[in-house]
Design a protein around this ligand. Structure first.
Ligand SMILES: NC(=O)c1ccc[n+]([C@@H]2O[C@H](COP(=O)([O-])OP(=O)(O)OC[C@H]3O[C@@H](n4cnc5c(N)ncnc54)[C@H](OP(=O)(O)O)[C@@H]3O)[C@@H](O)[C@H]2O)c1
Length: 267
């Protein structure tokens, strides 16, 4: 299937690692020009090498702190100077987590700054470029926890629920401009950072944090919420769905919240 992405201009926030990088790589392989935004210069440089090899020789890595409004504005200014227009904005940034009684006001504000406001600011900055393009799509990455309400990640989940709401709302206001706006809710996905953060905890149970089946065994044991396929997902399994939603080929899906979670009882 031709996704119509050849020559398209795309920005992936959080595109230097994990699902963001997998999405950027899929866009590059489809012939898009890709800019990735994140903080670490070395990770951005490594990502650009991957994107060039995948098929985007003019890939660029922009150093942006998504918790900072000025940094976001400067990142999108630089995209505007480079391309002047934008076809696909994929926002993958997410915050940290914690229990309700452990979190201060400052931590709640930081969580919403990254979990919700980084998307608001990115989309606001990108809108003139999205409107200037012949076709445009926005995809945000929320989380399946907005339907599970896990107490370990109360502020994270609230910020992602707000993100889903903003995404749905924008699909209505931007429909008249032909900008299609959708939200992807990943289930448990084995990224390098996920494995790094949890390898010690899973190892204590004799499980391997980079093995999708072991990860789902641990999720089931600790959260009592297994998925139907019996394994965690892979970044490329999020990338394929997200890339379709972000492509010209997607002509009629807008305002959708798409669960990519290996099967659950969520609608
Ligand atoms: N993994 C899962 O199981 C799972 C499940 C559901 C939802 N999600 C959501 O899916 C999204 C992607 O998750 P992931 O596991 O793929 O993430 P990841 O591998 O940890 O990658 C995170 C990316 O975001 C960048 N980033 C983090 N903080 C940033 C900041 N303040 N400013 C700019 N860039 C920043 C990182 O680069 P730098 O650190 O260099 O800035 C990196 O490129 C997140 O929103 C997450 O909440 C994940």
């Amino acid at each position: 299937m031709d996704l119509g992405l050849a020559g398209a201009a795309a920005v992936v926030t959080g595109g230097s690692k994990g699902m963001g990088l997998a999405i950027a790589e899929t866009l590059a392989a489809e012939g898009a020009r890709v800019a990735v935004m994140a903080r670490s210069r070395s990770a951005l440089d490594a990502a650009v090498e991957v994107l060039c090899a995948a098929g985007a020789p003019d890939a660029v890595g922009l150093s942006v702190d998504m918790s900072d409004a000025e940094s976001i504005a400067a990142g999108f200014d630089s995209v505007a100077q480079r391309w002047g227009e934008l076809n696909s904005l994929i926002h993958t940034i997410g915050p940290g987590d914690g229990y309700f009684e452990e979190m201060s006001d400052d931590q709640w504000e930081e969580t919403f700054a990254l979990g919700t406001m980084s998307a608001v600011r990115s989309i606001r900055a990108a809108l003139p470029m999205l409107r200037a393009a012949r076709w445009a799509r926005i995809v945000t990455l929320s989380a399946h926890s907005i339907q599970r309400q896990n107490p370990r990640i109360v502020a994270y989940t609230a910020s992602k629920a707000a993100l889903s709401s903003v995404t749905k709302n924008l699909s209505k206001s931007l429909a008249k401009d032909g900008i299609l706006v959708n939200c992807v809710c990943p289930g448990t996905i084995v990224t390098a950072s996920f494995t790094e953060n949890l390898k010690g905890i899973l190892a204590a149970d004799g499980l391997n944090a980079s093995d999708p089946k072991d990860v789902m065994t641990w999720i089931d044991k600790n959260f009592h919420q297994p998925c139907d396929l019996g394994r965690a997902g892979l970044p490329e399994e999020i990338a394929s769905v997200t890339t379709y939603l972000a492509s010209k080929r997607n002509g009629y899906v807008t305002g959708a919240t798409v669960n990519v979670d290996g099967g659950s009882d969520f609608v």
